[in-house]
Each structure stands twice: as C-alpha cells, then as structure tokens.
Design a protein around this ligand. Structure first.
Ligand SMILES: *Cc1c(COP(=O)(O)O)cnc(C)c1O
Length: 388
C-alpha cells in the first residue's frame, strides 16, 4: 500500500468506525449512564463541595476495582502525583527518576516538591520506563549508603523515588521496575493516569509500588470533569487523606491543623460524575479494545506499525498509537488526517527538551528519541456500540 492510499483508507475507516462525517477528536467522553441522576442528586442534597457521600463511594469503588487497600480522591491527577511524592518522603534537593516520554504533569509534580527529575530511557515494546536503563543509570551514578539510601556518587544527592508512566494505557515492565527499585532502596510511584482499566499479569496497574496515581481529566478513560486518585495501602492512605484535606484534626467545631496541608480534595459534584462513569468502565474498555483490534487488523501489512499491548498485559488502549517510518512520514500522516477532520497528534516532545527541564540529569535516551520522531495517536474515544 502506498502512503496516500493508507491515509485515505485510514480516514474512511475512522469515519465508518465512529459513524460520523463531523470532526473526530482524539478522545471525547461518553455519558451514557447515571451521570445526570447522580450529579442532580448532589445539587438537591446541597452537598456539592468537599464533603459528601459520593466522594466516599468513589474512593471505595475505586479501591475495590483496582485491588488496593485505600484510594484517596484528589482534584486532579497532577495533585495526586504531587501528594504521592510527598507521601514517600520526597524533599527539596532530592532526585526522582522518570521517563522523558510522558505528559509534563509527571515532571511538574516532581518540581513542586523542590526535587529534580532524572531522565532515563523507555523500552520500545512498552513505551514505559526501562528497568535496564534505570539500573544502568544508577550503577553509573549512585550507590546505596550505610543507611540504605540511594545517593549520587558525585554530589551525594538522594535518589528518593522512581516514577514510571504507563504510556497510552500500556503497562510498563512492572516486575523489572519493582526489582530494580527494591535493590536500590528507591520508592516506586506509578503514574497510572492513563491506565485505569489496564492490568499487568492480572493485577491492576498503579498498585505495585508504594503509591499509584490516576487522572479523571476530560480526555481520560473515565472523567470527573477534573479529578485524580491516590492508590495505596491503609496506613499511607490515612496520611494521604489528612494531607489532602488541609491536615485538619477531627473535631466537631474547632479549627485544628497539625501541619501545612493541601486543599486537594475532589468535590462531591465531581465524585458523583465519577461514580456513574466507573459503573461503565468495563464496557468502555471492552469497546476500546475492540476498536484497537480493528485498527490493528486494518493496518496490518501497511507502512504504519500499530502499537499493541505488551505480553502478559491487558491494556485499556486509552490512546491508540502507530509508529511511522520516519519523521517525514509522521508529518505527512498528521497533516493529511487533520486536514480531513480526523484528529491525530504526535507523541509528547521529550521532557528533557523543555526549557525548564533541559538541565536535568539523564542517561542515554535513544529509544525515547526514536519514538518521539515516529509515534502518532489516532482517534480513540469509546466508539459507538455496534458501529463497524
Ligand atoms: C493526564 C495525565 C496526568 C494528570 O493530569 P491531570 O490533568 O492533572 O488530571 C499525569 N500524568 C500523565 C501521564 C497524564 O497523562
């Protein structure tokens, strides 16, 4: 197939699959369940704000769905990441290892702590942080001191945590990352913002490290308008709730706060939307997986390589992705599809190329660079039922 016929066919395929001649966005929310009833209920009850039954229910439902001991809702995924880093003890001057191929929120949350990201490469088959690259950077730059802390050889900076991200919903090599982090005494935080509904060896992403984080932004698998969640154990969860709710000590009427806390809680209004969306999650993921399967079949044998879930994983296929032959091919695909009203987007610019993170430490980033030049996301909303 030539480039042009692939693009023409792809545009026709996407239009048929979404059953519309209108503009097709990358990812739009679907409200097909109890959203209106639950949101209206919060208004009628007057409990729209920081206290309310839907927050408790959303947290309990999410803990049950993901299989963690405790889930704590936050106002967005970035706030959840910020709290996750604080909960594992990230302090000003610390280093936190992450991948350069991610959404900027991952690095911003590290910066909010006064810490600095360190960029190590991703694996080609997961698009997520490479355990081998992590181990190699640590072996070349750090040691574990007598106190069991991981510190850099040259300037004694503490490497406190590692934040892999499950890119586009595809789980990173979690077993490998758990092993390397344990050996080096580093806390593992999974940025699972994109991977709600994705499983690694049968267990939900976000529950393998000390803390995991989710996002319910409008473009994610399910949305609360804006929102996020911390996934963790019971003890850390209790502390997370305290820290995200102004560190208020329970009392019937006195204002007692025992540390500098945050107002990062999710309003009940948003949690109501979340409860209704979570009821539909399994159906959304099934339809997204069917769409991914159709993309894969359609693109088989073309000059675009469809990104598939890693072995042993069940991905939510949050954003479908293809790998182009080279940058010129990528540009041609982006221009032609967007011209036709079918939205496609390149993968993020590497974090180490953004001004504020350009001076950060890094290992070799060849795979991230290679992917940055070639990966394009295709329309990935939950498709209409039955449309083919
Ligand atoms: C969406 C997202 C977040 C969090 O985003 P919010 O808009 O703050 O909810 C964090 N990391 C990644 C990788 C994301 O895709």
């Amino acid at each position: 197939m030539s480039d042009q016929s692939v693009v023409d066919g792809l545009v026709r395929f996407v239009r048929a699959r979404f059953a519309t001649d209108d503009f097709i966005p990358l990812h739009a929310p679907v409200f097909a369940g109890n959203e209106q009833a639950y949101v209206l209920d919060t208004i009628q009850s007057t409990f729209v704000s920081s206290v309310g039954a839907y927050v408790d229910r959303f947290e309990a439902d999410m803990a049950a769905y993901t299989g963690c001991e405790r889930a704590v809702a936050t106002m967005n995924g970035t706030a959840a990441l910020h709290m996750a880093l604080r909960l594992v003890g990230v302090e000003p001057g610390d280093l936190v290892v992450t991948q350069p191929l991610t959404f900027v929120a991952t690095c911003n949350a590290i910066a909010y702590c006064g810490a600095e990201p360190v960029f190590v490469d991703v694996d080609r088959h997961t698009l997520g942080l490479s355990p081998a690259a992590l181990d190699a950077w640590l072996a070349a730059n750090a040691l574990v001191d007598d106190g069991g802390r991981c510190v850099t050889n040259d300037d004694g900076r503490v490497v406190r945590a590692c934040v892999p991200m499950h890119t586009f919903g595809h789980p990173a090599d979690i077993d490998g990352l758990v092993e390397v982090c344990a050996r080096w005494g580093i806390a593992l935080i999974e940025d699972a913002a994109e991977s709600l509904g994705s499983f690694y060896k049968g267990r939900h992403t976000g529950i393998f490290g000390a803390v995991g984080t989710l996002s319910f932004n409008g473009n994610k698998v399910i949305t609360t308008g804006g929102g996020g969640m911390l996934l963790t154990d019971a003890t850390t969860g209790k502390r997370a709730k305290h820290l995200t709710t102004t560190a208020k000590v329970p009392h019937a009427y006195e204002y007692v706060h025992d540390e500098v806390g945050y107002n990062y809680r999710l309003p009940n209004l948003n949690a109501a939307l979340g409860c209704a969306q979570l009821e539909q999650l399994d159906g959304f993921v099934a339809r997204k997986r069917a769409l991914a399967d159709d993309y894969r079949t359609f693109l088989d044998g073309s000059d675009l390589t469809f990104v598939v879930e890693p072995d042993g994983c069940r991905s939510n296929y949050w954003l479908n992705a293809v790998i182009c032959q080279d940058m010129a091919h990528r540009e041609a695909l982006l221009a032609a599809t967007n011209r036709e009203g079918v939205m496609t987007r390149p993968i993020w610019a590497l974090m180490n190329n953004l001004g504020m993170y350009a001076g950060c430490r890094r290992g070799p980033l060849d795979t991230a660079q290679w992917l940055e030049e070639r990966v394009v996301n295709l329309p990935s909303s939950v498709p209409p039922e039955g449309a083919r």
